[in-house]
Design a protein around this ligand. Structure first.
Ligand code: LEU
Length: 85
């Protein structure tokens, strides 16, 4: 499947929980999206794979590193997403 990039306008909360990361040997994904949140309005959903954060590939990111990159992006958050099959 193709990837697509969504840009969320801050401030947080964005309205999702992350799971996975290199330290878990799991791809980074959204494990929960809060109804009516910024993430939900942008059509993000549970199970979506997060392939890049701010244009930086998540492939080698630990869970904590990904989380801190998201926390740094307080004005705008760019997520590149691959939706599950
Ligand atoms: N739970 C946070 C939010 O929805 C994201 C987390 C990855 C820091 O803003």
């Amino acid at each position: 499947r193709m990837t697509h990039t969504v840009v969320l306008d801050g401030p947080p909360p964005w309205g999702f929980r992350l799971s996975g990361g290199r330290d878990f040997n799991q791809p980074l994904s959204l494990s929960r999206v809060t109804p009516n949140s910024k993430a939900s309005m942008a059509k993000l959903g549970a199970g979506d794979l997060v392939v890049a954060i701010g244009g930086v590939p998540t492939e080698d990111m630990t869970h904590t590193e990904a989380q801190s990159r998201i926390k740094q992006a307080c004005h705008q958050l760019s997520l590149t997403i691959k939706q599950p099959e």
